[in-house]
Design a protein around this ligand. Structure first.
Ligand code: PLP
Ligand code: ZN
Length: 404
């Protein structure tokens, strides 16, 4: 395995502590040159139960025990009530809220933090709108590493903040958005070589995240036709695509799914580019949406994401905050699944695409629910009104319309 620059294809060893190409500053990606040999060598993996570390032949080798909380192995839930209403035969939700800290970020963090430890670092850092810091904080604690997170002072979900704090992180708030926070941590890491950067620019995190595509393929006993994901920095959609391509390459799935990216209307540079058929994005300086996990104006992985969507003959769409909130309510009230607003975007997007007639109703559709709803309870509680009555059975009967 090697690191390869996504622009100029320069190669680097996995043990070089770099995040960007030295020649062109391009992002680096892990490439597996000997996947078939690796699979030949290790046949035990197929018998293991679903989890990130099941897929060792597809993951970077480690000379230490991984720092793990048993991430991955999340349920692929077949929709019943919603599928029936929408006349869809095969609608599934991959519920990534079941990961240890409540989001898919754990899949990447177990690999990234393990790599940090293997490389001998004592301190890790990230910039985050929430889930990345929750996850890094937990894995740093597990791996006995010092942890620093930079978060924007506004629009950060309370559940996520609480997680970062409880795990013993040094939390620094800045008056600025995510894009600015990221610029600062990148500067710090290039200046202080003893700090390891764990934002999604880190290529090892994406390797862990691709295992969700493997799990879905195993859970469906074949490939899905359509995978719908919320898109922020666009690392996840790129990871899924990489995962599906690797499973396809070795013949574990017969076809590749189409990748559908969903963005919030106020933060949708990728959707705009796809709709215009362009090969680059126009960055946004003031992204806005209640779905804080995808409130990103300048997605780091835009290039790979556009490629994933074009190459898979997929599509991108944007949804309004109102559509996100109704989708969140619908998943919770009809399927029993409480997902955070960003996660509901994939389902909101599905409904929109159905309205446009862009989806065949027999297809195997997977909506990825990226994070748990308990992360951000304020969204739900904001316009809630309770009925307050005296504690008397007769009164309660009247309120409930019973015994008339
Ligand atoms: C990080 C995150 C996303 C966005 O993923 P990207 O890889 O940045 O596109 C979506 N939903 C949740 C819950 C997240 O934590
Ligand atoms: Zn390069």
């Amino acid at each position: 395995m090697e690191l390869s620059c996504i622009n100029c294809h320069s190669r680097y060893s996995l043990n070089e502590p770099i995040y960007c190409c030295r020649k062109c500053k391009g992002l680096l990606e892990v490439v597996i040159n000997d996947l078939f040999e690796r699979l030949q060598r290790d046949k035990e993996w197929e018998k293991k139960s679903l989890s990130v570390w099941k897929y060792t032949p597809f993951l970077p080798d480690l000379s230490i025990e991984p720092v793990t909380l048993n991430e991955g192995g999340t349920l692929l839930i077949k929709s019943k009530r919603i599928a029936e209403e929408l006349k869809l035969k095969n609608l599934y939700i991959k519920f990534e809220g079941q990961n240890p800290t409540g989001s898919f970020k754990d899949r990447g963090m177990t690999v990234g933090v393990s790599k940090a430890k293997e490389l001998g670092y004592r301190m890790v850092i990230c910039a985050s709108t929430g889930n990345t810091s929750s996850s890094l904080a937990a894995y740093a604690a597990r791996g006995n590493l010092n942890c620093v997170v930079l978060v924007p002072s506004k629009k950060i979900a309370m559940g996520k903040l609480a997680q970062a704090i409880v795990h013993g992180t040094k939390l620094v708030m800045i008056d600025g958005n995510f894009d600015l926070a990221l610029r600062i941590v990148m500067e710090l890491c290039s200046k202080y070589r003893e700090i390891y950067l764990l934002n999604s620019i880190n290529p090892f995190r994406l390797e862990g995240q691709k295992t969700a595509a493997f799990e879905i393929s195993e859970q469906l006993k074949g490939n899905p036709d359509l995978v719908i994901l919320p898109v922020g920095n666009a690392g996840n959609i790129s990871s899924y695509w990489k995962g599906f391509k690797e499973f396809y390459q070795v013949g574990f799935i017969k076809n590749l799914p189409r990748m559908i990216g969903i963005q919030a209307e106020g933060a949708s540079p990728i959707t705009k580019a796809i709709k215009k058929g362009e090969s680059s994005i126009e960055r946004l300086y003031h992204p806005e949406t209640i779905a804080t996990a995808i409130r990103i104006g300048s997605p780091i992985h835009w290039k790979k994401a556009l490629n994933s969507i074009y190459e898979s003959k997929g599509y991108a769409e944007s949804v309004t905050d109102q559509e996100i909130i109704s989708a969140q309510r619908e998943l919770a009230s009809k399927e029993g699944l409480f997902v955070e607003p960003a996660s509901a975007a994939s389902f909101a997007g599905l409904k929109k695409l159905l309205d446009f007639g862009l989806i065949d109703r027999d297809e195997r559709i997977v909506c990825v629910a990226t994070g748990h709803g308990l992360k951000d309870p304020d969204i739900v509680l904001k316009d809630l009104e309770f009925e307050r009555v005296v504690p008397d059975t007769k009164v309660i009967e009247r309120v409930l319309g019973l015994g008339k």
